[in-house]
Design a protein around this ligand. Sequence first.
Ligand code: EPU
Length: 344
Amino acid sequence: MNSLSLWKRTHMETDYSLKERNTFHFNIHAAAYSEISHPEMIREFIPQTPGEFAPILILGEGSNLLFRDDYQGHIIRSTDTSIEVISERGDDVLIRVASGVKWDDFVKFAVDNGYGGIENLSWIPGTIGACPVQNIGAYGVEVKDKIEYVEGLYLDTGEVFHLEKASCLFGYRDSIFKHELRGRVFISHVTFRLSSNPSYHLDYGVLKTRVESKGAINLSTIRESVIEIRKEKLPDPEDIGNAGSFFKNPVIPETHLSLIQQDYPEIPFYELEDGYKIPTAWLIDTAGWKGYRQADAGVHANQALVLVNYGNAEPSEILDLAENICRDIKHKFGIELEMEVTIV
Ligand code: EPU
């Protein structure tokens, strides 16, 4: 028996509970669910007849998704957790990481080994396979700046792909995997370029102060500081269901900012090349939604950008709340919010 025929026996569960597989902890089910421990196993799910296995959804930790309802297709999750240093030249290191690795396990691996570049991205939930999809970012660093290339297979043909970072079309919480390749590929590996002689990104005031208070500036104290700050502000999905930032931060033109400033001179903003980025958390907070709760759906009391499920909220209750917030922000500030979370 060759190894491929062994993979043929991938176990499939039906009517599978997703309660522990989505960080909102919605009590929903998938029609079918399988785990794969090697990228080649994805070939087993190439449809032999039109519609077979459709629709397939590749799931990481379910930390940036909102399932509207039970999922009527086949969910596949990678359990491949290999991390391989593929080259080390001078300060420069290339590391190829399998998609099933938890993002923060990789950050810890990097920091423990003295490889810098992603320490500001500590404690972000999710997996390696998900990190390029929405180009995760925090405290002045985006993962796109450390990604070298992304590998995987097309779900319809099993053909292998290798996308250099320029071809991934990364943007703010955005990439080709949210558009042209959405639902069409299985990401098997992401390769990162890190440095054993890194420059630190401490332009984010809160982070700088915290790190300096630790007496030494190095990868470990930065990681520790980021974890402390995140734990203070963001609810742990283990305790309260949530998917991190629910909306993106909008970018508006100067004329629009000036209009808002007439009523709200204190509005925070960050100047970008194409306009002014406004923290949605400030908009939601100022509109009075922070800490709002109806039944088990609410807006977190410490970070207004995070919508939470206090226990038994239905997906529709969170979506209704999100719509009400959007309508109110449009009415009060003339800004259309865009969701950061992917709705399935
Ligand atoms: N603010 C409020 N009220 C609040 C929270 C924040 O008014 O309840 C204002 C403050 O003026 C604050 C500003 O909003 O200075 C920015 O807040 P924060 O530093 O918490 O960052 P954010 O813009 O709300 C973004 C990312 C987070 C990331 C942080 C830190 C997005 C959509 N979110 O949030 O990412 O951790 O910066 O870098 O870009 C995620 O994507 O899931 C996520 C958590």
